[in-house]
Design a binder for this molecule. Structure first.
Ligand code: SF4
Ligand code: SF4
Length: 381
């Protein structure tokens, strides 16, 4: 059994958020003893790109502040950090910290914001796939990592929460290289588990007050869930969230991969829930990203049919040139290197597209839609 703790929290008013975060974390009585005074802790938040808190793309500053204050009360020296999508530069970090509200969190709490953009090569002995990896230096410099994620759907991985959040320890554009090597969601999930096991977050918190459904993690719709959730086991935490938002946990590749490795079964019956009980939470299922129907179908189909589904029905990005401002972020983010800028507008060689949707994720203008194969309309109408 793994403990997950859940608290209701309907707004981002700081007092309410702090009460919910503290209530969740108090369930894990040994946390404070492990967080020895003076420990350096990286609070790894989700800062996908430059978005304001109300966009529901990044971890909300009120949740981050509550976690920071909890750690500071235990005597920890706290650093907030992430490597957002795109280039990992000081200028980009400054701009994202300001827009996302993290600058104000640092000013109010006195914690540090990470501006060190160095990467270090590490050996991940226990990894099954990613034995040699590059990570942001700050993740190596600290004593502990805490994952503070945002509840969102994800075009490639179905859902992004505690485990997927840790992909942000991979520096800037190296993420695109890893994406390209990992291509399928199942393979990517195995690598995400390797990264999560290396980081070994002491605990994870999910900001589920306002989440995102549909074409997450950045171009979906905001969705109120009114919850803060926490756990020591990130796989158990993601399992609880999946159940709450109406996704069968084992259809989420990271939960399945973790179950295959014996890290958590992915079964709701193996959760010990503290605080608000799952049966007390009534949330209509989150809408899934448009790109996902074939992945879910492929998971239950064997052999050549699954290959057909994978290769033929796979969704592709579709550029909306009326919204495009020619920033080139999609080109820089594309792991396959198949986007070129033609007279200031992006054009992709879609035959080589791996449907990772990094371009869609990082477009600042929601100018990239997910184009489904016409059979979608027949099969999934
Ligand atoms: S599609 Fe989006 S990311 Fe790509 S160039 Fe246009 S605005 Fe920028
Ligand atoms: S075009 Fe977009 S979806 Fe296709 S490989 Fe490039 S980033 Fe991924």
């Amino acid at each position: 059994m793994e403990t997950v703790s859940i608290a209701a929290c309907e707004t981002y008013h700081y007092e309410e958020v702090e009460k919910a975060v503290y209530a969740c974390l108090h369930c894990f009585s040994e946390l404070r003893t492990r967080m020895k005074s003076g420990s350096k802790v990286l609070v790894k938040i989700n800062l996908l790109k430059r978005n304001a808190p109300e966009d529901a793309v990044t971890t909300h500053p009120a949740v981050v502040e509550a976690v920071v204050r909890y750690l500071q009360a235990a005597g920890c020296q706290v650093i907030i950090g992430d490597s957002p999508g795109g280039p990992f530069t000081v200028g980009r970090l400054k701009s994202i910290y300001k827009t996302s509200g993290m600058l104000e969190v640092a000013e109010r709490t006195g914690c540090e914001l990470n501006y060190d953009t160095a990467a270090v090569a590490v050996i991940n002995d226990k990894a099954q796939r990613l034995k040699n990896m590059q990570i942001i230096k700050v993740a190596q410099d600290v004593d502990f990592i805490v994952s503070v994620a945002k509840l969102k759907t994800h075009g490639m991985m179905v859902y992004t929460g505690a485990v997927k959040n840790l992909f942000g320890v991979i520096p800037g554009l190296i993420k695109a290289e890893y994406h390209f090597k990992m291509k399928s969601a199942e393979n990517f999930a195995q690598h995400l588990i390797d990264i999560c096991e290396y980081c070994k977050p002491v605990f994870s918190v999910i900001d589920g007050i306002e989440g995102m459904e549909g074409d997450g993690p950045s171009a979906g719709q905001k969705r109120q869930a009114g919850l803060i959730l926490a756990a020591e086991n990130p796989y158990a935490l993601d399992t609880a969230v999946a159940e709450i938002i109406g996704i069968k946990p084992h259809t989420i590749p990271t939960i399945k991969a973790a179950a295959d490795r014996g890290l958590f079964s992915g079964e709701v019956r193996d959760l010990q829930v503290q605080g608000l009980q799952l049966t007390d939470i009534h949330i209509l299922p989150f809408k899934l990203p448009g790109s996902l129907h074939e992945n879910l179908l492929a998971g239950v189909l064997p052999g050549f049919i699954a290959d057909f589904v994978e290769n033929t029905l796979r969704a592709r990005p579709l550029f909306n040139y009326e919204l495009c401002v020619s920033c080139g972020d999609c080109q820089r983010a594309c792991p396959a290197g198949i986007i070129t800028m033609n007279s200031g507008k992006p054009v992709a060689d879609l035959d080589k597209c791996i449907s990772c949707f990094c371009c869609h994720e990082l477009c600042p203008k929601k100018a990239i839609d997910i184009k489904k194969h016409w059979l979608h309309r027949v099969v999934f109408k």
